[in-house]
Structure formats: C-alpha cells, structure tokens
Design a binder for this molecule. Structure first.
Ligand SMILES: [Zn+2]
Length: 345
C-alpha cells in the first residue's frame, strides 16, 4: 500500500487541520537541477550602523536599543495589533467585524547582525527558548490575551524586512484561524481516545522512520506526512506537553539541539542561508480546557530545487488545494543527508 505513495498521484490528509494536500510523486523522476546554483553566501558584518535591531542603534520611534549581549525584546514600533483600541462590533446583514486587541513584540535572537539560529550555539538557542517561554507566560496571563503566536520570518523571500536574527510574537484576544483548526482536531482525538494525537503520530513515525530527520531523547524532527512546502518540517516533543513552559531544563537543551540541527541541515541543502517561516503552535491562553494540545514547532521553507527556485502557492493552489511534487519521504532523505554534527560552542 505504501509503495503506491511513491508512484501514483494521491491526496494526503493533514490530521491537524483536516485538510488535504495533492501529491504528484511521478514528478520526482525529473532530474535534480542546479543544486550548486547561486551558491554564494553573503557574508554580513556583525554590526550594521543602519540596522534598527543592532545594539546601541536608534529605532524609527527614537528609542535607543540597549547594548544587549544575549537577547533583546521590545514592543514592535509598527504593530499590527494594539491594546488601546476602543471596543466595537459591526453586525450588519452579511457584514461582520469586531475589534481585535493585542500586543506585537520583536525578539532579537543575538546582538550579532551576521548570525542566524543555525549559527548560534546550543546554549544561546536555549536563551532564545527561555525568552519564548517567558513571553508566552507573561503575555498569556493577561486577561485580554487568549493566544500567543511565536514565529520567525527568515530571509527576504519570506518578507523579512531585516536580516538581523529576530523573531516576532503576536499576542491577541482571539484564537487565530490555523490554531482554531488544530484545536478542533486535537480535541476530537483526545476526547475520543484520551490520548494526545501528536504523541500517537510521533510513535507511528518513529516506527516507519522514513520521514524522520532527527531525534534525541525528548524531540523528533520530521517531514510531516501531509507536508505542503517542499522541505516542510516539524519538531515535536515525544512527551505530551500542551505548551512550551512545560519543558524541563534538559528538554529545553534537547529542543535547542533539535532546532539547531534542523536549521543547519537546511542551510546545507542548497548551500544558502535557507529562508523559512517557522512558528510554534501550542495551547491557547484562554480559559478553555486545553489538555488535548500537543505543542510543536513547524518550519515552512519555500525553496524547491535550488537556492533560486522557489515554490509558489498560486493558480490551482489558490483556487483548489495545495500541491507538491517531491514527496515528504524524498524531502526527509535530502534533509537527513545534510545533517551535521553539532558541537556546542
Ligand atoms: Zn543588526
């Protein structure tokens, strides 16, 4: 049965979103093109005088960044969400709208303008994770905040406005669309079986092995069976945890190792600083019973066959459903072959 997945066009089911992706594996017979194409890696200086995230520089609103040495968090100077709006609701026939309140923060991962998560030491990545935990906790404990989204846009192709290593946190009063889908499907599974859906999924993937990229005692990184983006990957804790604040110190280190190994492998695939959007899905910070949640970090990289050939979600995918040609299994082999040993620096 699984053999058919290698040859026949089929659709695969995403257990988290209850949506399908179209897979056309016969297209992987096409030759592997231009692996070394445009392999020039731009070397950036560790400090850029015009970067608004570098230590000591003045941002657009006139505030001066501190001379930070590890990480630095501040409220976005141009936030998409604000806490100060007056409440309103529009309910006019088929037209509905309501205020959305929230807080947008920027997290600088390092003072070094030239580094990415892949370049930082495991110890430093742990510090970034600590910031995520702290922000999730403090933002999530606010009365008006029901969801905290931690994410990173890396690379100009993903719309990152600045190459300085940084991520964002958007905390808001409602639970956003993607999270609502995952919430619903995890809840259904948990209510039906009393178990975490992703814990069972990880178990099945560890037996199959073919989509697993990396594992350590506490985490697995894998290309999900239902991946949409060519080199999409997920890092999932083996134990059932609803949110990132449940990690022990040892688990935090193993999470940092999983992040570093995946992002380093990404950079090796096409010999470029691999662009992606990554994000952590975890229990909303509302008052609901969220025991069904199993947190995870997803990476959506757009590159397809080389540093310059990008996948576009256009045409059929805009109007129909997502489609991919290289299979999840094929992508997992490619990423796995690019793993390097991590030496803690
Ligand atoms: Zn900078």
């Amino acid at each position: 049965m699984f053999e058919k997945l290698k040859q026949n066009t089929h659709k695969r089911y995403n257990i988290l979103t209850a949506e399908w992706v179209l897979v056309s594996p016969q297209r992987t017979q096409r030759p592997w093109l231009g692996q070394e194409e445009d392999a020039t890696r731009t070397v950036r200086p560790y400090y850029n005088v015009s970067c608004y995230l570098c230590p000591g520089n003045v941002r657009a609103n006139g505030e001066k960044n501190p001379d930070y040495t590890d990480t630095f968090v501040f409220e976005n100077d141009f936030p998409a969400l604000k806490n100060s709006w007056e409440n309103f609701r529009l309910d006019n026939g088929l037209l509905k709208a309501e205020t959305e309140k929230g807080i947008c923060k920027v997290v600088c991962f390092s003072p070094d303008h030239s580094k990415s998560l892949a370049d930082l030491s495991v110890t430093h990545v742990e510090k970034v994770i600590s910031v995520w935990q702290q922000e999730y906790k403090t933002l999530g404990s606010r009365e008006e905040i029901n969801h905290v989204q931690i994410f990173e846009n890396r690379g100009a192709v993903m719309g990152a406005s600045n190459p300085h290593p940084h991520g964002q946190i958007w905390a808001q009063s409602s639970v956003p669309n993607e999270v609502v889908k995952e919430d619903k499907n995890q809840r259904k599974y948990f209510e039906g079986t009393g178990k975490s859906m992703l814990k069972d999924y990880v178990k099945q993937e560890l037996q199959a092995k073919e989509r697993v990229i990396f594992e350590n005692e506490d985490f697995v990184s894998l290309v999900p069976f239902w991946a949409v983006w060519p080199y999409e990957a997920m890092i999932i804790p083996k134990q059932h945890q609803t949110k990132i604040t449940e990690m022990s110190a040892a688990q935090k280190k193993n999470f940092a190792i999983a992040i570093k190994s995946l992002t380093m492998a990404y950079d090796n695939i096409f010999h470029v600083s691999f662009p992606y959007s990554s994000g952590i899905h975890q229990a909303p910070t509302n008052s609901a019973d969220n025991r069904h949640w199993h947190w995870h970090m997803s990476f959506y990289p757009p590159l397809l066959r080389s540093a310059t050939i990008k996948k576009y979600m256009v045409g059929y995918e805009m109007f129909g459903m997502p489609q991919r040609d290289i299979t999840a299994e094929y992508a997992a082999v490619q990423i796995r072959n690019c793993l390097t040993n991590i030496i803690d620096r």
